[in-house]
Structures are given as C-alpha cells and as structure tokens.
Design a protein around this ligand. Structure first.
Ligand code: PDD
Length: 285
C-alpha cells in the first residue's frame, strides 16, 4: 500500500511521525473519508468543502488549495491497486512541545493520506440488515467537525459490537436522534423517509446528501426534521448510511425487530437507486 506523508509517497511501512505530533498527543486534527469508484474520487469538491469546514472549526489553516488536493489525491489513486478505493485523509496541527495552546508561531501541519480497497456491503448484510443498539449521545457540541479525536465514537460503537450489533444510534438529552456512532441514520414511517436536519450535533454526511437527492429525484416522500426518540423506536424501517457502507437496513434495535424485522420496501428502493446512481454517475467523471 502506498501512502502519502508530508509531501512524499511511500510504502505504509516507511510512514513515520514523531511522538510529539499533536494528533498523537491531543487528537488535534481533522480527517476525511472519500470513496473512489472506478478510480474517480466521488464528490471530491464536497469532501474538500467539508474538510475546509472542519479545518475552520479547529482554526487550522488549510495547507493546500483544492487544486493541490486534487492533484495529490489523483496520484494516490493511481499509485494504489484497486479500481474502487476509500481514501483516508488526515491533517494534524503538527509537531510541537506539549502545550494545549496552539504552537506560536504555527508549525507545519502533518498531512497523511492512505487508500484501502473499497468493498460493497456483503450480500448477507444487504439481505438480513444489521442490528443496532441505542445510547445517549455524550459527544461534544461540534459533531459537524470531522475530528480525529474519536474516543466517544469509539466507545459508543463498541457498545454495539459488545451487543453483537453493528451500529449505535445516538440520542441527545434522551429526546431526539442525532446519528450513528459512525454513520447517519434515516427513519421510515408510513412510507415517508425522515432525516434529521444538519446542525452542530451531527456530521453532514455526503451519503446522507446522496440519499436525499435520490429520494427527491424519484419522488419518494421525505422530510427533514427533528426526529423524536419515540419515532425511532416505532419506526417501520431504519437505515444507516456512510461512504464505506452505502445504505444498509437496521433490522433490530436493542434486540427487538424494527418493523417486520427484515429490510423493508424503502431500503430496497433506495439501495436499488443507489446502485444505479453508482453505476451511472459515481463511476463516471
Ligand atoms: N464515517 N456520521 C459519523 C459520525 C461518521 O463517522 C460518518 C462516516 C458519517 C457518514 O458520513 P459520509 O456519508 O460522508 O461517509 C456520519 C466514516 C466513513 C469513517 O469515519 O470511517
């Protein structure tokens, strides 16, 4: 695997960073995950826009213009083997003496990128769906920043794994749904697709946008509004989305079936449209 670190492409084994990197010491950095289909980075402009939003959120200067990022990303894609990849892009505030305050004057940020093969969800995952558990969203109030400091997400996601499930659905103040520990969540009730509004309490998912665009273009009834906890527990269907998982049905919640306990009609429709979109749009420039 060829990775990129601070201006150079190299085998992953050669990529080393100093222990005083603020990413290592403080989790002081941001990241992006970008899917690549047939060697085309999907929605690169949107991912770079979200990266800029994250960098603004942590007051870190963007080390590259969009044109420079595009050139680097293009090279990374070429240097790796598979047609479909997911790119991981990571920027930290750099290497400095340990002090919570920003290094003054600023130091060079650490820039790391890697690529991994992107595999679609398995047939079993698609036909059976996955289990989820629920938990209070105990993260900070800037979940719109794609921060590398993911300890709360790590602990919340592990709750699902420990329960033999795949995702943890999060609720603020025990009242309304925000998202999953590593995905966005949609609720289906009476044929209507419900999505929580983008705000500081959730990551503005690129796949979330795609799903809503698909709903709009296929006249699938949908609403963007706050979703109460009770609505999640009485949903006909629950769906999770992310760049690496596309769209997957959640068929159990806290051990109880969601709706019929099988992937529903809305899931089938959206999944089908997503595959067509992938084939016709994502795989082309
Ligand atoms: N995570 N919400 C959270 C907390 C996430 O971590 C992710 C994705 C999403 C979905 O965003 P998108 O559709 O842009 O992938 C929502 C990535 C895949 C990760 O951390 O690996």
């Amino acid at each position: 695997m060829t990775v990129y670190l601070n201006g150079q492409f190299m085998p992953i084994e050669a990529a080393k960073i100093p222990v005083m990197d603020r990413g290592f010491i403080f989790g002081d950095g941001v990241y992006e995950v970008i899917p690549v289909y047939s060697r085309h980075a999907f929605r690169l402009a949107e991912h770079l826009h979200r990266l800029q939003h994250s960098l603004n959120g942590i007051k870190l200067h963007n080390p590259h213009s969009d044109a420079e990022w595009t050139a680097l990303i293009t090279q990374l894609i070429v240097r790796n083997d598979t047609e479909d990849q997911y790119l991981y892009l990571h920027i930290t505030r750099g290497v400095a003496k340990r002090d919570h305050a920003f290094p003054n004057p600023p130091v060079q940020p650490t820039i790391f990128m890697m690529s991994n093969p992107l595999l679609p969800p398995s047939a079993t995952l698609l036909s059976k769906g996955v289990g989820a558990v629920s938990a209070e969203d105990n993260r900070w109030l800037r979940c719109d920043i794609k921060a590398i400091a993911l300890l709360p997400n790590v602990l919340l996601r592990q709750m699902a794994i420990d329960a033999g499930c795949v995702e943890t659905i999060l609720f603020r103040d025990n009242k309304f749904m925000t998202e999953g520990a590593a995905s966005n969540i949609f609720v289906v009730k009476n044929g209507v697709l419900l999505a929580p509004p983008k705000n500081n309490l959730m990551l503005p998912g690129i796949t979330y946008d795609v799903i809503l665009e698909i709903a709009a273009s296929h006249t699938i009834p949908h609403e963007i509004r706050k979703i109460a906890k009770a609505e999640v527990f009485s949903a006909d269907e629950l769906l999770m989305t992310s760049s690496t998982k596309e769209v997957i049905a959640i068929t159990t919640l806290n051990g109880k079936p969601v709706g019929t306990g099988k992937p529903g009609k809305m899931f089938s429709q959206l999944h089908q449209h997503y595959q067509t979109f992938k084939q016709n749009v994502m795989r082309k420039k």
